[in-house]
Structures are given as structure tokens and as C-alpha cells.
Design a binder for this molecule. Sequence first.
Ligand SMILES: Cc1cc2nc3c(=O)[nH]c(=O)nc-3n(C[C@H](O)[C@H](O)[C@H](O)COP(=O)(O)OP(=O)(O)OC[C@H]3O[C@@H](n4cnc5c(N)ncnc54)[C@H](O)[C@@H]3O)c2cc1C
Length: 498
Amino acid sequence: MFEKTFDIVIIGSGAGGGTVAKELAPLCGEGIRVAVLEWGPKISDDEYTGNEVDMARKLFVDSGGMLTKDGNMTLAMGKGYGGSTLSYTGTSMTVPKEVVDRWAVPGLTHGDVASRAQKYSEENNVHFQPEELLNDNNLLFQQGCRTLGYNVEQFPLNLKGCKGAGICNLGCPNQAKQGTHLVQLPEAEKAGVEVITNCLVEHIGIQELDAVVENAPFGEPSTWEEGRYRIKAKIIVVCAGAVHSSALLLSSGFGDRLPALGRYLTLHPALILVAEHPQTISNFCGHPKSFFCDQFWRSDGFLLESCMYYPFITAKNLVGFGSEHSQLMQAFQRLQMILVLAVDQAEANNRVEIDGDGRPVVDYTLSNATLDSLHTSMKAATRIFFAAGAARVHAPAGERFFIEASEADDIERLIPRNKVVPGRISITSAHLMGGCRMGEDLGTSVTDSWGRVHDHPGLFVADSALLPRANEINPYLTVMALADRVAERIRSDAGELL
Ligand SMILES: Cc1cc2nc3c(=O)[nH]c(=O)nc-3n(C[C@H](O)[C@H](O)[C@H](O)COP(=O)(O)OP(=O)(O)OC[C@H]3O[C@@H](n4cnc5c(N)ncnc54)[C@H](O)[C@@H]3O)c2cc1C
């Protein structure tokens, strides 16, 4: 067993960990030793092949195919130097005031979160894509929404030198999408933070943790020798993502005194919907996600976003098989796609547990309210597709594989609620939130509004696990804003804790 000593150890290098590392980096100038321990490797620029199966293996936990306990949803979580910011799409939204008000965390105001999110918008070069760079897939979404009178808005994106490769979720081969791997982590390292990749933290104790370094078969090798490590640190900041932060704290025994640990998980359950146009459209070149529609956000609990996915993911999301499935896949250059994000409620029973080996198990039940939202969203998206000129639509809960344009007036009958059944339709999540939620009450929260774990001085959480309820819109800027807040508290507590 190797031994190491630091003052501050950050676990994970994604939106939360990368932000905390950069914000604490100035402390290195005062002789304080700061390290980031990251499970995944650092991927070299020439390893971004764009190959769907290859990149899924390199960028995601379980190649992006981790399932919930009941097998009804797949969960996409990034792994690597940069975490999920390697594979995120780069849509950069500030959480609305009414959402932070619904969180009702004493001491946390929307003004504070929004001003910190603005800081990261600037740092990540967030802006609107110029109109000439928007492809047909996106413009058709905008056109369909406008024709129906639905509110549609452009997404701010965090790009620098986008060449329109269109494969953001497989890692940008041109390094245009700004993530912590390009912005916050290099800055932290320059200031003296040590980042150790291929390093899985297995246990957190009192001012120490156990980790194992084992190089992945791809990416750059770790700067540390392979083997087991005991690492001493006076301050530990857990940023392993909603699922793994919760699982790590549970397997380290913190659940006994923190009954809410792992609970109140929200996932923004998502559907990928597909329609076929009569003519070729530009769809897989250009940034995939330019617009969103919030027409149904308050009334029916979902958002619609333009999107474009790759052949494997697309094929997996169609309900059915055989010749119709094949016909739709062969029409790839004529496909328009829409992503649905349902706003799910925070329920104590939706939670991260651990199995006998300490690995996470996500016990999540799709509520009837969420299934209602998904049903309404399929009908709304189908109307948008037809309003944009689609020849036929594949609705996962459709009576038939295809709904033809001539049947557009019969959508209510052709997409029945009773076909929206977990396990029958393909539901995914890339927005995992909660498990170590902020609050005051020990029974329903794990940290205070500054990410300090209740009754555990020196132990902090600074990632998506902090969210007390769903973010209700794409969440990474909120995660960075909250991590920024936690870092501020660590800086001010450092004199006492170190
Ligand atoms: C495909 C995809 C697309 C997305 N697109 C968008 C988007 O366009 N806009 C948006 O706002 N949000 C988007 N998101 C969501 C956003 O990326 C996440 O909300 C955000 O990155 C969460 O930050 P985090 O720090 O909690 O976790 P992550 O960024 O996932 O980082 C967690 C890190 O911890 C590491 N880790 C885990 N366990 C351990 C351990 N035991 N020891 C050491 N390291 C560990 C992991 O390897 C990982 O690198 C997307 C997510 C995905 C997956």
C-alpha cells in the first residue's frame, strides 16, 4: 500500500470537481497541497475517433448502458479527465428563479446561483450559434414549433471553434466544446493542483481515503504507479456525480447518520423521438442542439429539444424491429429528431443503493405523473414533426410503427396512454441529480446549503448530487455554480480545518 498526504482531496473531475479544483487552485500558492483523484483516464486528442461504440467505451461508465434496478431506464454518466463534460452537448442554461424557489433550501437564493452561473457562462465562452451554422434538423424544429404557435428559443452553447462535427456526445474531435478538461482543469494544474487519473476512490474515512490506481486500456497512463493507496487529507470534497458520490458515501458507512443519503434522486427521464422527411435534410453535420421548446414546461412537466443521435442509439430507441425498423434506419439522412426531458419530482424512494460489493444500484420508479408527461410529449413532438413537413413519425407508444402525415389529425387515438409502459418504450437519462441534497433537516438532506456534510467537518459534496429536486432544464451550469459556492466556503473554512 502506497501512502500520500494532501491538504485537500477532490474526488472526480467533472462539472463539479473541475470547478472546485480551479477555485481552490490559488491556495496552492500558499503551500496548500490540493489533488484531484479521477477514476477515468485523460483521453488524448487523437483518440477521439467519433466511432460510436469506441467512444461510448472510452467516455462513459458501463459504455453508457448502466440500467436502473428495474431495467426500465439507461443512465449515461461520463468517466474521465473532465467527467460528463467530455460528452455533454454544451447547452448552457441558467436555472429559472421559480425552480430555485421550489427547492426551498434555506440560505440559497436564485440571485446567488444565477450570478455564479453567469461567471461560468463567460469562462466557457457561452454564446448563440450564428444562424448560418444552424442545420435543417434544428431549423425544422424551430419551424414546426412556430407553425403551431409553441414558444421556441435558441440554446446558448459553450463552443469555441465549432466545425460542426455533430458528435458532441461522443467527445468533440475538434476540442471545440468547452468542458472542464479544456477550461477549469488545465488552469488548476497550472496553479499547482495535482490531477491523478485512472484513480478510483473506494472508501472515505475520517481525514483519509483508500484508492486504487489501475490504467485503462486507452487514454494516457496515470502519473501514479499502479497499486493501492491510502491518502491522508484534512478536507475531502466528493464530486463523483450524483450516483457515485452517493454510493461512495454509502459504502463508506455514512448512511447510518445520514438517512437521506442516496435518496431524492431525479433523472429528467428522456425520450428520443424520430420522424422521416421526404427529402434529404442536413442533420448529422452541425451542432445537434440549437433550440428548445418550453411550451409545456409548466402545464405538462416536459421540455422539447432539437437533437440528433447516432445510429446505434437511434436504433435502440425505436420500439419495434424487422423491416419497418430497417426502413427507418436506412432513411438516416432524412431523419429529424426531438429529445424530450420530463421534469420528475424528488421522491425519497427514488434512490441510490449499493450492492454487496459497494457498487451503485439505482432504484428508480417512473411515476404515473412522469409517464403522463412522456405521453403528452410524444403527441406534442409528433405535431411538431408534421408541422415541419415530416412524411411519417415513429411514436414509441404508437398503435403502429409509423404514423403517416395523412393521419396527423388522428394523433390522440394513434398514440394511446396505455402503451406508455415502462420497459416497453426506451427511456434514458443523462441528467442525474440528487442523493446528497442540500437542506437544513438531517432527515431529508445530507449537506447544508454550502455543501458541508451534516456533522462531518472537513467533508463536502460539490456536484450534481447536491440538487434537492430536479433542475428542470439542462443542469451543468447549475452544478458549476453550486460547486463554486462550495469552493468559496472551503476557502473561508480552510484556516479552521487545515
Ligand atoms: C451525454 C450527456 C450530455 C449532456 N449534455 C448536457 C448539456 O448539453 N447541458 C447541460 O447542462 N448538461 C448536460 N449534461 C449533464 C451534465 O454533464 C452533468 O449534469 C454534469 O456534468 C454533472 O457534473 P458532476 O460533477 O456531478 O458529474 P460528472 O461530470 O459526471 O463527473 C463525475 C466524475 O467523477 C468520477 N468518479 C466517479 N466515481 C469516482 C470514484 N469513486 N473515484 C474517483 N472518481 C470518480 C467520474 O469518472 C467522473 O469523471 C449531459 C450529460 C451527459 C452524460
